[in-house]
Design a protein around this ligand. Structure first.
Ligand code: F6R
Length: 593
């Protein structure tokens, strides 16, 4: 949440910063701001609204060194003044994270006569640094951060050093890009990947100085630290082509490629396969955890593991797990799922499990993300950059990863060519599912005024219902819930009348007809039903509009079933005049609690 950018070098800083902020808008988009050295002083522009609004107001700003920020409000409503950078004396600062004890810091500084101009926690940080400054910025910053509780990535300018950007990291992500005679700072290397592919991922409790020639890194006691330069590996996925105006739509259509790369990479990576076999052999209980869509992928994972393996397996919401006293020990393997690898709740849950001795496997789409640092095994999904707030192709690759792992564990290191062939056919099935696009648009036109939409299914289909409903509510703002089909009659059926739309999913042979029974309970009460099934014999189900999905076999049905639901959510959003890429109140990478 919140995106940070910094630049020092030979280009016009404002151009690099605006370009970077536009790429990082997925991290928050309620306001944006920047500060640049114009040769004499620090000039700051901040605006409520999208980065485009800031761009109009920052036009013509001169200077080669600066910082910028795109915000997802935590403390203080979105407004010009609450936007970053925050200023104090000689300093300008941008922040991603939360200063939990900001009230205490604020009170102490107020007692010393300092004035505060915003409602944010971040202003407390810059005022504290300014208060501690006696000519040595790093000393002031280290002194200040030692007094702060919470999470932070800062990029800081100081008027006395017009050719430097100071950086600090604790828990929130921060990466420095090293170019030729120029350097970049960002929350995500996508922001500078068009200029350089050399990156240094800061670790927690590191502070640094960035100038045009590179980075110097220290711990919070100002001991110098070495660092490793990594090669970033970003394609062009994070940009929209001229003929596509939505990331969500583009990313749904990238699913076949994402599935293909993830499967091919896994089958080729014998080192990771060995690690997987090894770690599972040491643990007899599995807990899968994640948040939101990643959690929904765990629900699919649990179904896959239970059907394919003889293993004791649970799923947990990471945000709940972290505050429990979970029954976890050295026999437990936690599989944490996170597209971004930066979700604060998931990281906290993993830390807790690790402290109790659990083994940790991480399924993530971002190789150098914070979560991977706690992992014994990293399972890298190859979905490519996902920019839209709603996770689509990444979800599919997460569910595929569970299937790949289960297949490997069942078959041993020599997975037969026949099974590989079946899995490698998935991208083709995803292509077939994308052909439902026009149909889903038609349904969206027909149902976009509905006030409630329910998704039902059993077993694996219930897991898919959970994801279908999340997708719809987050991008269309329609009230929606997912239910185990058998549960309808235990209460929720009371909500069904002629205004309700129910989407039933029936892709699992053993329970499909049971789901159809629930569907009849709905139609008998006047509710409208769309049925997604892969079974020919259900295609004339009375009272339902039936979508006949390609048949791939039970555990491979995630892609063919979920893609039409993602398309439905997308078209519902568009029909309702919403920007599906930037739903209200949300941001993609949830780095705060
Ligand atoms: C919904 C969505 C969120 C994320 C959740 C976890 O479409 O994207 O529910 O799945 O915030 O994010 P990651 O996977 O980055 O940990």
């Amino acid at each position: 949440m919140c995106g940070i950018v910094g630049y020092i070098g030979k280009r016009k800083a404002v151009d690099v910063i605006i370009d970077g902020l536009k790429i990082l808008e997925y991290r928050g988009y309620d306001s944006a701001g920047l500060s640049v050295f114009d040769g004499k002083k620090i000039v700051t522009v901040k605006k409520k609204g999208f980065v485009g609004e800031l761009e109009k107001n920052a036009e013509g700003l001169q200077g080669f060194c600066g910082i910028g920020h795109t915000r997802w409000a935590t403390h203080g409503a979105p407004s010009d003044s609450n936007s970053h950078p925050h200023l104090s004396g000689k300093f300008a600062l941008v922040h991603n994270g939360i200063i939990e004890n900001f009230d205490d810091i604020k009170r102490q500084l107020k007692e010393k006569g300092k004035r505060f101009l915003t409602d944010t926690d971040s202003e407390a940080a810059v005022r504290l640094i300014d208060d501690m400054y006696e000519g040595d910025v790093l000393k002031a910053v280290c002194g200040a951060v030692k007094k702060m509780k919470g999470s932070f990535a800062f990029a800081i300018l100081c008027k006395d050093f017009p050719d430097k950007v100071f950086v600090v990291k604790k828990q929130s992500p921060l990466v420095v890009g090293l170019g030729e005679g120029e350097c970049f700072v960002a929350s995500d290397c996508m922001a500078f990947s068009k200029y350089t592919d050399k990156a240094v991922y800061l670790k927690d409790n590191e502070v640094g100085v960035v100038d045009k020639d590179g980075l110097s890194l220290f711990d919070f006691n100002l001991n110098k630290k070495n660092f490793r330069t990594e090669k970033t590996d970003i394609g062009d996925d994070y940009r929209l082509s001229e003929n596509c105006s939505s990331f969500m739509y583009k990313e749904i259509f990238e699913s076949p490629k994402a599935l293909q790369y993830t499967a091919a990479d896994f089958f080729a990576d014998t080192a990771t396969q060995k690690q997987v076999i090894d770690i599972f052999s040491k643990h007899d209980k599995v807990i899968m955890l994640g948040c939101g869509t990643a959690y929904n992928a765990c629900l699919v994972g649990k179904n896959v593991f239970e059907k394919m393996l003889d293993v004791d397996c649970e799923t947990e919401l990471a945000s709940e797990f972290r505050y429990k006293n979970p029954k976890v020990n050295s026999n437990t393997l936690v599989i944490a799922v996170s597209q971004s690898g930066e979700t604060a709740d998931t990281i906290a849950a993993v830390k807790l499990a690790k402290a109790k001795g659990a083994g940790i496997a991480v399924i993530t789409n971002v190789r150098h993300s914070s979560l991977t640092r706690f992992a014994d095994v990293v399972l890298h999904t190859k979905a490519g950059a996902e920019v839209a707030v709603a996770a689509t192709k990444s979800y599919l690759t997460q569910t595929l990863m569970f299937l790949l792992v289960a297949t490997l564990l069942r078959e041993g290191s020599k997975v037969s060519e026949e099974i590989k062939k079946q899995i490698l056919k998935l991208p083709q099935t995803a292509e077939q599912a994308l052909k439902f696009d026009a149909l889903m648009q038609k349904y969206a036109k027909k149902h976009c005024q509905k006030q409630s939409v329910f998704f039902i299914g059993r077993g694996m289909d219930y897991a898919l219902a959970a994801e279908g409903t999340l997708k719809l509510k987050e991008v269309s703002y329609i009230h929606s819930e997912g239910f185990a089909a058998g549960e309808l009659k235990h209460g929720t059926l009371a909500l069904i009348d002629k205004n309700a739309l129910v989407i039933a999913i029936a892709t699992q042979r053993n329970v499909a007809e049971k789901t159809v029974n629930a569907l009849h309970e709905v139609t008998a009460r006047g509710g409208k039903v769309i049925l997604l099934t892969c079974f020919e014999k259900l295609k004339d189900t009375k009272g339902a509009e039936v979508i006949l999905l390609p048949q791939t076999g039970g555990l491979l049905m995630t892609a063919p079933a979920i893609i039409p639901l993602q398309l439905f959510a997308y078209h519902m959003s568009v029909e309702r005049g919403i920007n599906p890429d930037k739903p209200r109140n949300l941001a993609k990478s949830v780095t705060v609690e």
